[in-house]
Each structure stands twice: as C-alpha cells, then as structure tokens.
Design a protein around this ligand. Structure first.
Ligand SMILES: [Zn+2]
Length: 196
C-alpha cells in the first residue's frame, strides 16, 4: 500500500466512525469546543494520532459521554492482544501513557511500509531506532539510542519485545535512512550499528 493509499484508507475509516458514532446534536456540541472530523484536512495522517489529540482535549473531557466514545475508538485502533493490558484510568489521565499506543502504531507502520517498499525496489535501507531520552523515559529505551539496524528481521525481533506491553514514557520512533547518509554518521561516530 502506498503512503497516499494508506492515508486515504485512514481518512475513510475515520470519517465512517465519526459520523456513525455521533448524532447531529453531538457533532454540534463537538464543533462548539473546536472538534470536527479532520479526515479531509491536509495534515490528517492517521486516525490514531488524530484520536490521541482529541483525548488530550480538556473541554472534551468535560463532556464525558462524548469523551468516552473517543477513548473507545482509541482502544479499537490498537492490536487486540494489548487491549486487556490497558489501564483505562491511566489512559484517560496520563498523556505519556496514552501516547505509548500511537507511538507503537507509528513505529510498526514505518517498519511495515519500509518492508513493502524494499520488496518492490530491492534497495536496502538502514533503520535508526530513535528514542526520546529524558526523565520520563523507561530505562529499556536507552540501549537503542543512536543505534542503526541493518537487518529487518533482527529489528523486528527487538521491536516486538520492546512494544509488547505498555511502557509509560517510551517515545521510541523508527527512522529510515539511506545508506550514504547512515554511513556518514556511523563514520563520524554519531550512530553505531546494533550488534547482537
Ligand atoms: Zn522505547
């Protein structure tokens, strides 16, 4: 699936959910607090990111019956094996915890997109595991700082383990680099190749 197809798919799913979940009065209530269906907006990338933005909205939190529908949708968008692990109180009250779910989604989306691309082009790319390290990050993220993975399979193994249970504060991202760019940074010592 190309990036444009993916985005179109996401926009359609989101639109369908939005206009099924809410009646016209509710849509009006949402509009009054600045929430509208963003599916056709040029910055709309994927649904989980959009819903995450909504569940951080303080005005929406005050309209609990509507807020709960956004929470339900956020939960619907994550893999089922994670659903029973969710701490719903934290999901509603802790942005670092809630963000983990969309960060996970984006990490695997990038991985999958690159795998599909490499099957088509046969060009190898390198992956940079890019955590945010600060006082909120769990220690499990630290070992991946500035690490480059050259093997999709090894990266996938680590990704599956790293993202198998919610970790508050983990904001790991995956960046795809072309070889020249990555090699320059490896030579300069900024990045190192993951060895295991
Ligand atoms: Zn992490």
């Amino acid at each position: 699936m190309t990036q444009a197809d993916y985005r179109k798919d996401q926009a359609n799913n989101h639109k369908e959910w939005f206009f099924t979940a809410f009646g016209s009065n509710e849509i009006e209530q949402l509009r009054n607090i600045g929430i509208e269906c963003q599916a056709d907006h040029q910055y709309f990338k994927n649904e989980i990111l959009d819903i995450f933005g909504c569940i951080q909205n303080r005005k929406l939190k005050k309209l609990d019956h509507l807020y709960q529908k956004f929470i339900e949708r956020y939960i619907e968008l994550i893999p089922t094996f994670l659903v029973h692990q969710i701490d719903r109180v934290m999901l509603e009250n802790d942005a670092y915890y809630a963000a983990w779910f969309f960060n996970r989604h984006c990490f695997f989306m990038e991985l999958e997109r690159e795998r599909e691309k490499s099957l088509l082009t046969n060009k190898s790319k390198l992956f940079l595991w890019s955590p945010v390290i600060d006082i909120h990050s769990p220690k499990e993220c630290e070992m991946y700082e500035n690490k480059i993975f050259s093997s999709y399979e090894i990266l996938l193994e680590h990704a599956v383990i790293h993202w198998e249970q919610p970790r508050r504060g983990c904001r790991c991202a995956l960046l795809v680099l072309n070889e020249d760019n990555a090699n320059k940074r490896i030579e300069s010592g900024q990045y190192t190749i993951w060895k295991s």
